[in-house]
Design a protein around this ligand. Structure first.
Ligand SMILES: [Zn+2]
Length: 253
């Protein structure tokens, strides 16, 4: 996915949290740093991180029909899946309107990804989100003021070892990159048509990028002097161009 689409998705998620009266401390950490930390949602695609989060296996989870044993374990009935995701999610709404696209044959086929052990999109997202919780627990005084509860051993830590708001925000933006990649169908589909240069993947992402427009394009975005409130407002404006209406109710998982 292109940088500006990643940026829009990450910032739109913060605006959604704000619109749904989400956790005020987390919103403040993200919103106050929406400018400086936004590069976090491009980092995983940058060449210099190829030995870290940028390793290509960390961006994909290629599912394919599974022929091995215990096949029923890898079939999830439509209703069960939708219930788990939350019926109000856009993906459920989308599939609900297009009932005939995924027929019974699709729903009854077991699908599984066979990634390198410990290394795939879900692992990477899980590792990062667990680390983020630690970062919030071990935050400096500014972070601690925004996180509910007290951490008894915080004052024993070297102040320089405690995480700063900017750092927490940047890693949240990185997490956004991986969540967005997990929702890009070509990242999760092992068929050849999903390969980057096979006429679909690249073109789909270029199409999204065009709709997102130029406000979140790297050079424009980093050079503007807009306030965080204005930046979030610009992210909301793009909903119309995708013909999406969010419900301001972020479903729990
Ligand atoms: Zn990626």
């Amino acid at each position: 996915m292109n940088q500006r689409t990643h940026t829009w998705l990450a910032i739109r998620a913060i605006a959604l949290l704000e619109d749904s009266n989400g956790p005020t401390g987390l919103i403040k950490i993200l919103k106050d740093n929406v400018k400086g930390a936004a590069i976090g949602c491009w980092i995983p695609d940058l060449q210099d991180t190829k030995k870290g989060s940028g390793d290509i296996d960390n961006h994909i989870l290629k599912m394919k029909p599974y022929q091995g044993s215990n096949r029923t374990r890898f079939i999830k009935k439509r209703k069960e899946l939708f219930d788990q995701l939350g019926q109000e999610r856009k993906v459920c709404e989308f599939l609900g309107d297009r009932d005939s696209v995924l027929d019974a044959g699709w729903w009854n086929t077991p699908y599984k990804a066979e990634p390198s052990p410990g290394q795939h999109l879900a692992n990477r997202s899980m590792a990062l989100s667990t680390t983020l919780i630690d970062q919030l627990i071990l935050g400096d005084n500014k972070v601690a003021d925004l996180v509910p509860g007290t951490v008894k051993f915080s004052d024993k830590l070297d102040m320089n070892a405690r995480s700063r708001m900017e750092e927490v925000a940047m890693y949240c933006f990185m997490l956004s990159h991986f969540v967005a990649d997990a929702c890009q169908p070509c990242h999760c589909d092992a068929r050849r048509l999903s390969a980057y240069n096979n006429g679909l993947h690249k073109e789909m992402e270029a199409g999204w990028s065009k709709v997102v427009g130029t406000y979140f394009k790297k050079d424009n975005y980093l050079q503007n002097d807009d306030t965080p409130t204005k930046v979030l407002m610009e992210s909301r404006v793009i909903d119309n161009k995708f013909d999406i209406e969010f419900s301001n109710n972020v479903p729990d998982l």
